[in-house]
Write a protein that binds this ligand. Structure first.
Ligand code: NAD
Length: 513
């Protein structure tokens, strides 16, 4: 382990911070002692269990879905702008409790304070978006081929939306789904990651308060705590009309076919293996800054983390040298501390996966720079230096998503080769090109360019805004959530044909008399 002078907060201090934040948001939950019956609520900052929280039983799950299904009968006919008032109130409460929620995000996911605050800001942003959306659930009017007829599309609430989320965005992903689903007229039953139950309880307390304040039925939002078995009950329940699941490709492979089997709708947001191309014309200062944030931010634990750098041979040495130097200067340690830029990995398994990936890369001929575990004076927490790995070729380990700060570097000679490398992995979430050549930028965004759901120019692969539809192709699952017209996944479409004439012409000129 590399030595470090960082002093982490003690477990009692962390426990007190969690209790204060939960109290502030009004989350009145029984917190058991660590080791007591229930779900352990821990922190990657020290690796300690802080509390145990009640786990949802099969009967709890059934009751939550039943209550949400019952709430749907009233919520679907509540005017959409009135539904928007609930989400607007939630947004106000999030503004008031931004710091409290961010504290819990840092505690449970290990995000540095600035990124935790950013995650809560994303929730506020999507609430504002959804309030506007509540007056814009537009359908189209379509020209009919028959005289005296008109076609129109109407969008109706779908039903209960089940939301399953990952540990790394413990609150934002719920809000992308919930804010939009609620204005669309759908109650939400949420199964957060088993690693982040406290943030979920805090969100539930805020939405319950918002519902109370505006007179909305409280059952339009429910939370269930537990592991994959709780999620599986949501997956298999026919009362769940849309299942929106965010997590690993492994999880999506299990969830997708099971929902399809019962003809439910499914929205999958799965793993990424994101690349950035650096061309000879790139602005090097801008590119290096963007690369460092995208690769090392959230300690490499974003779905959009930059994992592969595809850099032109003529600039490769200079770019790599600057990235390595920037990585070495990143302050690693207590994510609550001012100035820290890299917090912990989520758990020991994540660290073991990182070590295994670096070993594999070495065996494949890769040159590994960095990646050492940092000594923080506690055994159960895993802090690492980000790693740069110069690879001779894209081997199997480069095609895999290792959820840790590892940046594989590959070189290219011409842009076609770089785009082929970008597209060579099974995942298709995010991608970037750094260039000042408009032809290269346009080519990367064209139909034969990047095959990802997110295709950026002169910014990194991570840090998307809520206004756009978020998601990716191939093994990333094909789902889209958050902004743009992603709301359509939360509604059912009816095509209405209206005959306002006194004749009955049949379509396609068919005669039946
Ligand atoms: P994970 O797949 O281990 O767990 C995600 C969630 O799925 C958890 O709530 C878990 O309990 C649940 N789950 C697991 N198996 C299940 C099953 N068979 N049925 C129902 N629920 C099940 O993922 P994680 O380790 O929490 O998060 C990291 C992964 O999530 C990475 O692969 C990352 O890229 C991905 N991710 C993707 C996005 C995106 O928008 N594309 C966003 C965040 C994270």
């Amino acid at each position: 382990m590399a030595a470090s002078p960082v002093i982490l907060p003690g477990v009692d201090e962390l426990r007190a911070r969690a209790q204060a934040a939960l109290r502030a948001v009004g989350a009145d939950v029984p917190l058991g002692a660590p080791g007591a019956h229930g779900l352990p609520a821990g922190t990657p900052i020290t690796g300690d269990v802080l509390f145990s929280v009640p786990e949802s039983s099969p009967a709890d799950t059934d009751a939550a879905i039943a209550a949400a299904a019952q709430a749907f009968t009233a919520w679907r006919t509540t005017p959409a702008p009135v539904r928007g008032a609930l989400v607007g109130r939630l947004g106000e409460l999030l503004v008031a409790h931004k710091r409290d929620l961010a504290t819990l995000v840092t505690l449970e996911a290990g995000k540095i304070t600035s990124e935790a605050l950013g995650e809560v800001q994303e929730m506020i942003d999507i609430c504002q978006f959804a309030v506007g959306l509540s007056r814009q659930l537009y359908g189209r009017t379509i020209a009919s081929e028959r005289p005296g007829h008109r076609l129109m599309e109407t969008w109706h609430p779908l039903g209960v939306v089940g939301v399953i989320t990952a540990f790394n965005f413990p609150v934002a992903v719920w809000s992308w789904n919930a804010a939009v689903a609620l204005v669309c007229g759908d109650p939400v039953v949420w199964k957060p990651s088993e690693l982040t139950p406290l943030t979920a309880l805090a969100c539930q307390a805020l939405i319950a308060r918002a519902a109370d304040d505006v007179g909305a039925p409280g059952d339009v939002s429910r939370v269930l705590l537990g592991g994959h078995e709780v999620g599986e009950r949501l997956v298999d329940d026919p009362r769940v009309a849309l299942l929106s699941a965010t997590g690993s490709v492994r999880m999506g492979r299990q969830v997708g076919p099971r929902v399809a089997q019962r003809f439910g709708k499914v929205l999958l947001e799965l793993g990424g293996n994101n690349a950035a191309i650096v061309t000879p014309s790139a602005d090097p200062d801008l590119a290096v800054r963007a690369i460092v944030f995208a690769a090392a931010g959230t300690a490499g634990q974003r779905c959009t983390t930059l994992r592969r750098l595809i850099v032109h041979t003529s600039v490769a040495d200079g770019v790599v040298e600057r990235v390595v130097s920037a990585f070495r200067q990143l302050p690693i340690g207590d994510p609550f501390a001012e100035g820290t830029l890299l917090g912990p990995l989520i758990h020991e398994t994540a660290y073991r996966e990182m070590v295994r990936a670096l070993d594999r890369a070495r065996a494949d001929g890769g040159e590994v720079i960095g990646g050492e575990r940092q000594d923080m004076g506690v055994d159960g927490a895993y802090y690492v230096a980000p790693a740069v790995v110069r690879m001779p070729a894209q081997t199997a380990i480069v095609h895999a998503e290792t959820f840790a700060p590892i940046l594989y570097v590959l070189t290219y000679e011409d842009l076609d080769e770089a785009i082929a490398l970008n597209n060579a992995v099974p995942q298709g979430l995010s991608s970037s090109i750094f260039t000042t050549d408009i032809r290269e930028a346009e080519r990367f965004m064209a139909a034969d360019g990047s095959d990802c759901g997110i295709v950026n120019v002169n910014i990194g692969t991570s840090g998307a805004e809520i206004g756009g539809a978020f998601g990716g192709e191939k093994h990333t699952g094909g789902g889209r959530e958050s902004g743009s017209d992603a709301w359509k996944a939360n509604m059912r479409r009816a095509t209405n044909t209206i005959n306002y004439s006194s004749e009955l012409p049949l379509a396609q000129g068919v005669r039946f008399a």
